[in-house]
Ligand binder design. Structure first.
Ligand SMILES: Nc1nc2c(ncn2[C@@H]2O[C@H](COP(=O)(O)OP(=O)(O)OP(=O)(O)O)[C@@H](O)[C@H]2O)c(=O)[nH]1
Ligand SMILES: [Mg+2]
Length: 422
């Protein structure tokens, strides 16, 4: 009996298990059921997308052959424009092209020199107007060049800041000419004056090439800029860097004016404007050390031109003048014979004072080039004639404004032309 009971309970248990399994299966199926409509939805979306994409693809396809045909037409047109591969016509074509290029570059350089001339004329306007107004008064009512006229002319030249020495030379030359022709009219005075000034200036050796022609560029060409406070050193450096850059030269600047924070910033602004690198140190650091760093950097990065700014100083401040000598000595250690150019900047608007500065500075340090700035804002432009006549050092540059392009290479003939062109 016991055995029978246990057998029935065993089968009962199995049936129970079967039933629970069936129930589980049922439950899963009801849970899975909702997936079906979702799949259906996805499929319908896909087919919808396909039908939507089809016309788009069609459109794209229709565009491609269109492009091809357009391209073909363009190529055909281009071919028809190209010179035929006939050797004769090809060389003709090349010649034509090079002559056109030459014409274009001639036109640009003509335009540039025209602009330079116009700028110079404008820069010298104040000096010219004042000079000719004075000259007009000096010869007023006279119809021949006599001693009176020459005396008056002497005064005009001196008050126009030409300088005593240069004025005497000009007047003596004119006296000799007048003594040969007693009836020389005042209308001819201008022509004579122009000729005498040109003769005088051309006697000077013409070493003032803008470009350091005799430098072989195995090493960078080093320019150290010096002068008293506020004459335009930093501005001239910015303009110079721009000029060299236009000549495809690699330029680097050195901020050796460590005396004022604003001086370092001012040079940095110029470097940024011209897009050239700059070497600087902190305010108050040794100017010679900045120069050393700049020259080393120039050497290692194969620069062509180095321009070193220095603090404004008076020639009679011994310590400051010694500082210049130290900067020079340090430079020479990095690059032999550097600085190759010591450029003294003079403020033209200070007239006779500029003469004095040139005298004192050239005596105290080895200046070998001059720049005369601020000629645009003054009637004292005659200082350029006097300075370039009196000093053995050439006037290399003139500043005729505050803008980047307002620095010109001093050309004696052009200067005289612009001066007398009224
Ligand atoms: N009109 C005119 N202004 C100029 C010319 N060159 C420089 N300047 C101006 O003169 C002022 C002084 O110029 P800077 O370049 O700072 O002079 P600096 O010699 O470096 O002065 P310090 O560093 O203080 O010794 C600035 O306002 C310049 O814009 C010029 O050719 N024409
Ligand atoms: Mg400065």
């Amino acid at each position: 009996m016991g055995i029978l009971k246990s057998i029935t309970s065993f089968f009962k248990g199995k049936r129970n298990k079967k039933e629970t399994l069936k129930e589980k299966e049922k439950k899963i199926l009801t849970e899975v059921k909702p997936i079906k409509p979702a799949l259906k939805k996805k499929k319908s979306l896909e087919s919808k997308k396909k039908t939507e994409l089809k016309p788009m693809l069609k459109e794209k396809k229709s565009l491609v052959p269109k492009k091809k045909t357009e391209l073909k037409a363009i190529l055909k047109k281009k071919k028809s424009l190209e010179p035929k591969k006939n050797p004769e016509t090809e060389s003709d074509f090349r010649q034509k092209q090079s002559s056109q290029l030459k014409k274009k570059s001639d036109f640009i350089s003509k335009q540039e020199s025209f602009d330079t001339k116009k700028k110079l004329e404008k820069g010298l306007e104040k000096t010219r107007k004042s000079f000719f107004a004075k000259l007009g008064n000096a010869i007023l009512g006279k119809n021949k060049v006599d001693n009176d006229v020459l005396d008056n002319l002497e005064e005009v030249l001196i008050t126009s800041d030409v300088g005593v020495k240069t004025t005497i030379k000009i007047i003596e030359a004119l006296e000799t000419r007048v003594s040969k022709d007693k009836y020389l009219g005042t209308d001819q005075l201008m022509k004579m004056l122009r000729e005498e000034i040109i003769t005088l200036l051309l006697k000077q050796s013409d070493t003032n090439n803008f470009y350091p022609n005799n430098h072989d560029f195995k090493n960078p060409y080093v320019i150290m800029v010096v002068g008293v406070n506020g004459v335009g050193k930093t501005t001239t450096i910015g303009k110079l860097a721009h000029k060299f850059k236009k000549e495809q030269k690699q330029v680097i600047l050195g901020a050796s004016d460590t005396f004022r924070a604003a001086a370092i910033d001012q040079l940095k602004i110029w470097a940024e404007r011209v897009n050239v690198p700059i070497v600087s140190q902190d305010l108050g650091s040794d100017p010679a050390s900045v120069a050393f760093d700049t020259l080393q950097s120039a050497k290692s990065s194969n620069k062509d031109i180095v321009i070193i700014d220095t603090a404004g100083r008076l020639h009679n401040k011994v310590n400051l003048m010694n500082e210049l000598s130290k900067i020079k000595r340090v430079m020479d250690k990095v690059i032999p014979n550097a600085p190759h150019e010591v450029l003294l900047v003079l403020d033209g608007s200070t007239g006779q004072n500029a003469f004095e500065q040139a005298k004192q500075f050239t005596a105290a340090t080895d200046v070998n080039a001059l720049a005369i700035t601020k000629l645009d804002g003054t009637s004292k432009g005659g200082v350029v004639l006097g300075v370039s006549d009196e000093f053995k050092i050439p006037v290399k540059y003139i500043g005729i404004g505050e803008s980047i392009d307002d620095l010109q290479v001093f050309n004696k003939e052009e200067f005289i032309d612009s001066f007398f062109n009224n």
